[in-house]
Design a binder for this molecule. Structure first.
Ligand SMILES: Cc1ncc(COP(=O)(O)O)c(C=O)c1O
Length: 396
């Protein structure tokens, strides 16, 4: 059979992500490729306890019945309070949509706003799966330069004027892939500038709770006076990615459109998942578990930074994140991380080539290294293996 798939699927390339999951499945390979939370941070005992309580409650049948698309009312109420931890105040349930992970929130925001040919500005580099999703809606992503402060505001304004974009997508805290964080002033300026030009912002925030050093920074949404920022927070990296829960916060008109979009996608987030997240938050488990996770990720990040200092050639440059799950590194431009990946895998270590995070596929000398999944000794060993390969390439 010769299948004639839609035009939009032609733009979708799932290869990079699929390869990552394959590599994670081979226990011999030390993987710095994925973005999985540490296994030791997954709250297995707590979720067992919660699930047992849910299953034995007199209301259990409710969990097995269809639910509301916007989410369990009690969870939505609780989330209005929860987002105050990102300095978002005055949230009402009409501002809140329960989503099946941050990925779905991004998808629904794109579905609500993007027509084929619309321009979407993204930080260069940005979250790979966002680029793929934007492609599926036939949006055109254009990269905006970044600096140590966040987005380069001159470049942002220039590109807004040049492209008249519909949307800006960014991960302002502990970005995937760079691990960098925008300053408070930068967030404020972006919120003001996008409001002035009528640009919708997706503020994607899966990592801000995973801070192991430095000062807390309020969300960009907290500076939103015009109602153009959609804040997307996920419980994947702080409770469980398999449980698929998150929350989108935005103007009621936007949330309503996203809710209608969600009806067509999955009707609602599975009730059991919503209940688990609700009970986990209600019972106060997040705070102590986050303390543990932050300590573990701080140690792992420290181990990776130490190994980089010890083994990497001096040409290797990298970020020094205050939280999140990734270090972003580079070698001189002549070194191609894309071509080198199969050789790294032969040496039983995996990374993600930086080029997949660029809207235009550039950045071939960059690499993203995840430190949350491997254990401390694997981190040292994996960096030593990679450093050996990098040194050989540099010597050629
Ligand atoms: C920046 C960013 N956004 C969204 C997601 C999607 O995560 P989830 O759908 O599990 O919340 C990820 C996952 O790695 C991510 O890094």
């Amino acid at each position: 059979m010769n299948y004639t798939f839609s035009e939009r699927m032609k733009n979708m390339n799932g290869t990079a992500t699929r390869e990552i999951f394959k590599l994670l499945g081979n226990p011999e390979i030390i993987s710095f490729a994925g973005g999985n939370p540490a296994i030791e941070c997954l709250p297995t005992e707590r979720v067992k306890e919660i699930t047992a309580d849910i299953c034995s409650s007199p209301n259990f049948a409710r969990v097995l019945q269809y639910g509301l698309t916007a989410g369990f009312p009690e969870l939505r109420e609780l989330l209005c309070k929860y987002v105050e931890t990102a300095d978002i105040y005055g949230t009402k349930t009409e501002n809140v949509l329960v989503i099946s992970g941050g990925q779905q929130g991004i998808d629904l925001a794109l579905k609500a706003f993007i027509n084929p040919g619309d321009v979407i500005l993204v930080e260069d580099p940005t979250y790979l799966a966002f680029l793929q999703l934007a492609n599926s809606y036939e949006g055109i992503c254009k990269g905006v330069k970044a600096n140590d402060d966040g987005l380069d505001l001159c470049d942002l304004e220039e590109k807004i004027k040049k492209y008249n974009p519909k949307m800006l997508y960014c991960v302002p805290t502990f970005s995937n892939p760079t691990g960098k964080t925008y300053s408070v002033e930068n967030r404020k300026a972006i919120a003001e500038m996008t409001a002035k030009y009528g640009v919708i912002v997706i503020e994607d925030d899966p990592y801000s709770k995973l801070r192991f050093k430095g000062e807390y920074v309020p969300s960009m949404k907290s500076f939103d006076k015009a109602g153009n920022v959609i804040f997307i927070s996920s419980f994947s990296k702080i409770i469980s990615p398999g449980n698929r829960t998150g929350v989108a916060v935005g103007a009621p008109e936007i949330i309503r459109k996203m809710e209608i979009g969600k009806q067509g996608t999955d009707l609602h987030t599975p009730n059991l998942s919503q209940m688990i997240t609700y009970e986990y938050l209600r019972r106060g488990y997040l705070e102590p578990d986050l303390k543990k996770a932050v300590r573990i990720y701080g140690e792992k990040k420290g181990a990776m930074s130490d190994a980089i200092k010890k083994y990497m050639p001096e040409e290797f440059r990298c970020t020094d994140p205050d939280g999140g799950l990734f270090i972003w590194g580079s070698l001189p431009e002549r070194i191609d991380m894309v071509k080198m990946l199969p050789e790294a895998v032969e040496r039983k270590v995996a990374y993600i080539q930086g080029s997949v995070f660029y809207a235009d596929g550039s950045g071939t000398n960059y690499v993203r290294l995840n430190y949350s999944y491997a254990n401390l000794s694997q981190i040292e060993e994996g960096i030593a293996r990679l450093a050996g390969l990098f040194k050989e390439k540099l010597a050629k």
